[in-house]
Design a protein around this ligand. Structure first.
Ligand code: SF4
Length: 449
């Protein structure tokens, strides 16, 4: 019943990015080749499920979102009108740039498609990992992230919260911590004897962020998708493991029957679970001391849902392992990775629009050394930061992108032309976005902030 992870070819638009495989949520990230993420970490190809989405987000259509874990569960809920959530978080330790905008847009798209949306401002992480003071966390969380999120279209029906203000998330983190071990945190994140305990706590807080939309009070358990950059996969894997560990039952499809095994449930609870299944239409079952075998025609998914409901009624969590979407990183304007700590590499959403345009005019492109060489050999739009600006943020037209790509490759387009178009558009986008941010400031109360 679990969606099989598929090994696939690299999406054409992702294959050009050459990096080394190291997923480090706090370090400088470099990923050698996205196909390795499919092979080494079991991330599935997004292309394989794209045809099921009637009106995909631009990032989906353009293969910028290239991978997922268990997104089928979210798609099914979306199509069947069942509850599902989208959740992601932002660490308020620097200016929000175009990379943050990508996550915000993905959250908003899911909200528009029926998700109950949750956004964490990860102030406990910023404080423990980056040493940002609480005052600054608060200021930066609102000024940088929340205003942009609202300006981009996040609706007040969703939930924006600061980690340190949510006793629900902190309580859940404490529960999850009981199932997490130092050895695995050390293996995943490289924690050592020198790592502060607060840093470790912040990791568990993030797992609690991801899982708390599934609490009973939030309408859970239910599928939840986490849109992230692929460097955040370590958090997702840990949280999926914790979600499974918190279950009282393990439901397995054995083809002829479905096995419901008590993981953290004694014989009495297994007996009660069998009664619950009987009451809810599963009449052909065999009871054993440690498990129940269900032979009814109901699919494993339906039986899993019944068992989750029972588990929640008995005070458990019944968590569904969280799903995730992975997007490509943009190339930095100065070459290499776009990074918050290198202002010349990125464009912040709060940046002076003229300064942003100036950065674009100075950006490293995939162009050749001279005009003559460019005309002769053509440019290299794959990995060109200006082309990526158009692809990720500044062009709504597939035909326009196709034209730029082809003209670049065949040497009839020069970088100056692209830069002028991109500089003008980024300036206009920022002017408009910053007007939206001003309006958002007046609406903070609607969001409980
Ligand atoms: S012509 Fe345009 S797309 Fe091609 S390398 Fe130059 S800036 Fe990039």
């Amino acid at each position: 019943m679990r969606i099989a992870d598929e090994k696939v070819d690299i999406p054409p638009s992702a294959s050009a990015t050459v990096m080394t495989t190291k997923l480090d949520p706090w370090g400088a990230v470099s990923i050698e080749d996205y196909s390795k993420l499919f092979e080494e970490f079991g991330i599935s190809s997004f292309d394989a499920i794209l045809p099921q989405i009637d009106d995909p987000h631009t990032y989906m259509k353009r293969h910028i979102i290239f991978g997922h874990r268990d997104y089928q569960l979210v798609l099914d809920a979306m199509k069947e009108g069942k509850p599902f959530s989208v959740m992601s978080g932002f660490m308020p330790s620097g200016r929000v740039h175009l990379g943050g905008k990508m996550v915000m847009e993905e959250i908003i798209w899911h909200q528009e498609h029926g998700a109950d949306a949750f956004v964490a401002i990860a102030d406990m992480e910023a404080h423990s990992v980056r040493g940002v003071s609480w005052d600054k966390c608060r200021k930066m969380g609102i000024e940088e992230y929340v205003l942009s999120l609202i300006a981009l279209g996040f609706e007040p029906a969703g939930h924006i919260y600061f980690q340190s203000h949510s006793s629900t998330v902190r309580d859940l983190a404490f529960e999850l911590a009981g199932s997490a071990h130092f050895s695995e945190l050390s293996a995943i994140y490289g924690f050592s004897g020198e790592t502060s305990v607060a840093h470790m706590v912040s990791v568990i807080m993030q797992s609690a962020d991801i899982l708390h939309p599934q609490l009973k009070e939030n309408g859970g358990p239910k599928p939840v998708v986490i849109p992230v950059g692929s460097d955040q996969d370590a958090h997702i894997r840990l949280t999926r493991d914790l979600a499974r560990r918190m279950r009282k039952f393990l439901v397995e499809d054995r083809n002829e029957y479905v096995s419901v095994r008590g993981k953290a449930a004694g014989p009495d609870m297994i007996e009660a679970a069998a009664d619950y299944l009987l009451e809810n239409g599963c009449h052909r079952l065999k009871r054993y001391e440690e498990h129940i075998d269900v032979y009814d025609a109901a699919g494993a998914q339906d039986i899993e849902e019944l068992v989750r409901r029972f588990e929640v009624e008995e005070g458990g969590y019944g968590f569904v392992p969280p799903a995730s979407l992975y997007h490509r990183f943009m190339t930095g304007l100065a070459g290499g990775k776009m990074s918050s700590s290198r202002p010349e590499s990125h464009i912040a959403l709060t940046e002076d629009p003229k300064e942003a345009a100036r950065k674009v005019m100075k950006a490293v492109t995939g162009g050749r050394q001279s005009l003559a060489e460019q005309k002769k050999l053509g440019g290299e739009p794959d990995g060109c930061s200006v082309y990526e600006l158009m692809l990720f943020h500044l062009s709504d037209e597939e035909e326009e992108l196709q034209e730029i790509y082809e003209e670049c490759r065949n040497g009839t387009r020069m970088c100056g032309t692209c830069k002028k178009v991109a500089a003008e558009r980024i300036k206009r986008f920022l002017e408009e976005h910053q007007r939206g941010r001003k309006a958002a400031r007046e609406r903070l109360r609607e969001y409980g902030l």
